[in-house]
Write a protein that binds this ligand. Structure first.
Ligand SMILES: [Mn+2]
Length: 338
């Protein structure tokens, strides 16, 4: 199953090597890209129109899946996460009310525009430069439909770069980012890949898309991770000092003077005891309740969010981590929608 993200790539390479005219390939790719964006555009339009007709919503969460796993340095399972998370959101074992009382079955609170067809685009030979732009474009199509705000289901953490870029470009300025993760994901590049899931926040900071970047849950950080953090002025809160930082982190106020706040949650921010279904098991993390306390008490206008790095291939047989990811999505939805 490790080859999932490479589906189709080999025969596309063969076609290229067989001297198929380049224009023919490009023309076909352009049609596939256009069709992919059209489906997201039309679904976002439909949901936007519906919510505006219902009235009364200032901000409304819309799910966008990005099933991309090939920029992972270790396993590619996060490509399979979005359908597992959706399934768990609506699982009959729980109800549709969030902890603070928002009703998820109200379309003004939560809608879904479906997935960016990442595997199909790669199968058509679309490279990563273009794929990243298509992800950005898809996020912008959601934001085009006021009052929809994107909550992106990953995928590995590489997707946060094109998503944040889109949110910042669309809003016309930098945002503050609350990033929950065991890792800072701020390597200049990792194993030669500038789009690596370990480099997304280097790209975000280089691009000037964030004013403040707060990283919480950090417990696997190298010398380069610390140096890059300093270089970009990142506020890194490590687990080894969490008991000291807890009071501050559970009373955050972000986004004043910028275009809003973006929340990026890597499932491995939590201790593997709470969320075993991740590619990079890193003991000593946050509890699920720690994460909820930080999110519930955060004072911010949340303009977008992502939940990434859930790896269903590493989950327990009863899908415990899928439920954890889904509950995070539910509570983030409640945070965004108003
Ligand atoms: Mn991580």
């Amino acid at each position: 199953m490790k080859c999932a993200g490479r589906m189709g790539i080999h025969y596309m390479q063969k076609l290229n090597a067989a001297n198929v005219p380049k224009e023919l390939v490009e023309k076909g790719q352009n049609r596939v890209i256009e069709a992919s964006l059209t489906l997201i555009r039309e679904r976002a339009k439909l949901k936007g129109e519906l919510i505006r007709a219902l009235g009364g919503a200032v901000a409304s969460t819309s799910l966008l899946g990005v099933p991309l796993g090939h920029n992972s340095s270790f396993l590619q399972g996060p490509a399979f996460a979005p359908p597992r998370i959706r399934e768990a959101i609506w699982c009959g074992s729980t109800n549709s009310t969030t902890e603070e009382g928002k009703e998820l079955n109200d379309p003004r609170i939560l809608t879904d525009v479906g997935d960016v067809p990442v595997q199909e685009l790669r199968d058509s030979g679309v490279d990563d430069d273009r794929l990243m732009s298509i992800i950005s474009e898809s996020v912008k199509l959601v934001m085009e439909e006021d009052p929809l705000r994107p909550l992106v289901l990953g995928g590995d953490h590489s997707i946060s770069y094109p998503v944040v870029r889109a949110v910042s470009e669309k809003l016309g300025g930098p945002i503050d980012i609350l990033h929950l993760d065991a890792h800072p994901d701020i390597y200049h590049s990792f194993e030669g890949n500038k789009y690596s899931h370990a480099s997304s926040f280097a790209r975000i900071m280089e691009g000037g898309y964030a004013r403040r970047l707060l990283q919480v849950g950090i417990r696997s950080i190298t010398k380069e991770g610390r140096e890059q953090g300093k270089r970009f002025g990142v506020e890194q809160y490590e687990m080894r000092t969490f008991s000291r930082d807890r009071q501050f982190l559970e009373n955050l106020k972000l986004g004043e003077g910028v275009k809003g706040v973006y929340i990026s949650v890597d499932i491995d921010c939590m201790d593997p005891a709470f969320a075993p279904g991740v590619s990079h098991i890193e003991p000593g993390g946050l509890s699920f309740r720690d994460v909820l306390n930080i999110l519930h008490n955060l004072q911010a206008d949340v303009v977008g969010a992502d939940v990434v790095e859930f790896n269903p291939q590493r989950d327990t047989v009863d899908g415990m981590t899928a439920m954890v990811a889904a509950k995070l999505v539910r509570e983030l939805t409640a945070k965004i929608s108003k």
